[in-house]
Design a protein around this ligand. Structure first.
Ligand SMILES: Nc1ncnc2c1ncn2[C@@H]1O[C@H](COP(=O)(O)OP(=O)(O)OP(=O)(O)O)[C@@H](O)[C@H]1O
Ligand SMILES: [Mg+2]
Length: 259
């Protein structure tokens, strides 16, 4: 077995003072894509934010391409009311180092600058790549023809689906070695949702490993090799794509017969 690209060991975290997830251990093998499926509010996004260093882990380790991303030491985070320089230097992880290493997180709810145009947004998206080769503007335009039509429009005039396309494009331009997509299809109309799913599938077909969180089981099934069930801040199951049940069966596994 080659070393995994991402190796998460007994990771715990949350928002001080509330712990959200505990003892998460999982690996992503080279070339593999995984899905995480679980109920709303159980901590999936918090786990991903911890992976990308947006919030600090409380315990555990994160290895990416055989490098440990977290510093050892005192629990960092914003536990102190006076958020100051000290608190920053005590942090265990630095999100820009994570992105530069190629672990790229497309956040839930596509957080973009509303006053920038699509072109402006994507023209700065390659900076996280630090010289590594990410997707080019021409390639993301080809992936999302709809964006080419909206090129000079400000983000705030785009639809939710178009914003999601910009977010995914920005991620691809950051030269990911592993791309994290947190609920990319949430709240989209069927047509634009299909466009986005097709695009993610063609990204997958380039061989790029993906961590995908999504509520759409049929979509997950197209993209991932392994599915992790996530329940009350813990991994509660692991199955291969072949073993994956349908949506209703998953609901029974997570909530029991009478949900
Ligand atoms: N910035 C924050 N500060 C404090 N608590 C938060 C913050 N963001 C989320 N939470 C809480 O952490 C818990 C886990 O939320 P999280 O967003 O990680 O869940 P999720 O599984 O991604 O849910 P969803 O399916 O709705 O995206 C929830 O109880 C939520 O209210
Ligand atoms: Mg979430």
């Amino acid at each position: 077995m080659p070393d995994p690209i991402l190796d998460i060991r007994s990771l715990s975290g949350g928002y001080e003072p509330t712990q959200v997830f505990q003892d998460v251990t999982l690996q992503v093998a080279a070339g593999e894509s995984i899905g995480i499926f679980g109920p709303n509010g159980h901590g999936k996004t918090t786990l991903l934010k911890t992976l990308s260093g947006l919030i600090d882990p409380w315990a555990g380790d994160i290895f990416f391409c055989n490098e440990r991303l977290n510093k050892k030491g005192e629990r960092g985070s914003r536990k102190w009311r006076n958020f100051n320089y000290d608190a920053i230097t005590r942090r265990r992880m630095d999100p820009k180092n994570v992105a530069r290493a190629g672990l790229v997180h497309v956040q839930q709810g596509n957080l973009l600058f509303p006053e920038l145009t699509v072109e402006e947004t994507l023209s700065i998206s390659g900076t996280a790549a630090m010289g590594r080769k990410g997707w080019s503007l021409a390639e993301v335009k080809e992936l999302f023809p709809r964006l080419a039509e909206r090129w000079t429009h400000k983000i705030r005039f785009l639809s939710g689906g178009e914003r999601q396309m910009v977010s995914v494009s920005a991620g691809l331009m950051s030269a990911p070695k592993l791309l994290i997509l947190d609920e990319p299809t949430l709240g989209l109309s069927p047509k634009i949702r299909q466009e986005l799913c097709d695009a993610v599938l063609s990204v997958r077909e380039t061989g790029l490993p993906i961590i995908l969180i999504d509520q759409d089981v049929a979509f997950l099934e197209q993209i991932i090799d392994t599915l992790y069930l996530f329940d009350h801040g813990r991994i509660s199951g692991r199955m291969s794509r072949e073993e994956m049940p349908n949506h209703d069966e998953l609901m029974v596994i997570l909530f029991g017969e009478h949900h």
